[in-house]
Design a protein around this ligand. Structure first.
Ligand SMILES: [Zn+2]
Length: 288
């Protein structure tokens, strides 16, 4: 029997939501996916956990803060339950990531005694989730962990959320690529920029990576001062950059209100599938 201790994937498949075609189309794609998984596996879902962008507002029961903007304002949980005729749990994808890494990933392997975990996805956007004693901490507004839209620095410019200088606008992959491009007029991938920095062959690449290290330390120190987590796990493309674990770590020391940095900062253990495992954990968890 699949359980929190012993998860066993029975099928892996992937489908585009084609979100630009609108909300009803997204629902249709989800229904198509569920039907195809049920027919391929010969199993019927009793409950389904979904990782989503943004979050379901705990009072209004509609989606908010989604960068897939077609979802905003929509009663996604109710619509999916009506459509699929099955109980549904939703959580932000970074929350799912944090949960999965806690149960089965880096935290379980390297810091099993941790009580408070801050799981970050730094990729095309920046999101995070908080797990306390094995449970997601959602908060009054459902936005606990939404560190990506904290203010960090004016130089990040205007964000889709309506504010200026969000963490995401400084530290997300595209933001760093744009910064490099503003110095050089050439668009490289973040991986390429990081390689050039490592080789010491490109002073603008080094300037871009210095920006990442400096502002990562500055931004995460705010989280450490308030939440003081035992462990931070960093997923997403920016989390793959080696120097985040060395140089950025030193930058934390400059900004936290403490005489040393003890918090463990870990690479994820589950790869790209973490969010999906975490979504499944949402419905296993509610059975307890
Ligand atoms: Zn923002």
């Amino acid at each position: 029997m699949t359980s929190l201790e012993n998860p066993e994937p029975v099928l892996r498949t992937r489908i585009e939501t084609e979100g630009t075609k609108g909300y009803q189309h997204i629902l249709g794609q989800i229904q198509k996916l569920v039907k195809s998984m049920e027919s391929k596996s010969g199993l019927k879902a009793e409950k389904i956990g979904f990782g989503t962008p943004g979050v379901l507002d705990p009072i209004l029961q509609t989606m908010k803060n989604c960068n897939s903007t077609a979802l905003n304002g929509m009663p996604l949980k109710k619509d999916l339950e009506d459509l699929l005729q099955v109980g549904v749990e939703l959580a932000n994808d970074a929350n799912c990531f944090a949960l999965a890494e806690t149960y089965w990933g880096a935290v379980k392997q390297l810091a099993p005694e941790a009580s408070v975990v801050f799981g970050i996805i730094m990729g095309t956007g920046v999101g995070a989730g908080i797990v306390v004693n094995g449970k997601l901490w959602n908060g009054r507004h459902g936005i606990a962990g939404e560190w990506g839209h904290n203010f960090l620095d004016e130089s990040g410019g205007i964000c889709y959320c309506g504010k200026t200088g969000c963490v995401e606008k400084v530290l997300a992959g595209p933001s760093l690529q744009r910064y490099y491009s503003s110095l050089t007029n050439s668009m490289l991938t973040l991986k390429e920029i990081a390689q050039r920095h490592q080789q010491g062959s490109d002073k603008f690449a080094t300037q871009t990576m210095d920006r990442l290290h400096h502002f990562f330390g500055k931004a995460i120190s705010v989280v450490i001062n308030i939440l003081d987590p035992d462990v931070i796990v960093i997923g997403g493309g920016v989390g793959n950059i080696e120097s985040v674990y060395t140089e950025a770590n030193r930058s934390i020391n400059q900004f936290i209100f403490n005489n040393r940095v003890d918090v463990q900062i870990l690479r994820p253990g589950l790869g790209d599938s973490a969010g999906v495992f975490g979504a499944a954990a949402l419905v296993v968890n509610t059975d307890q």
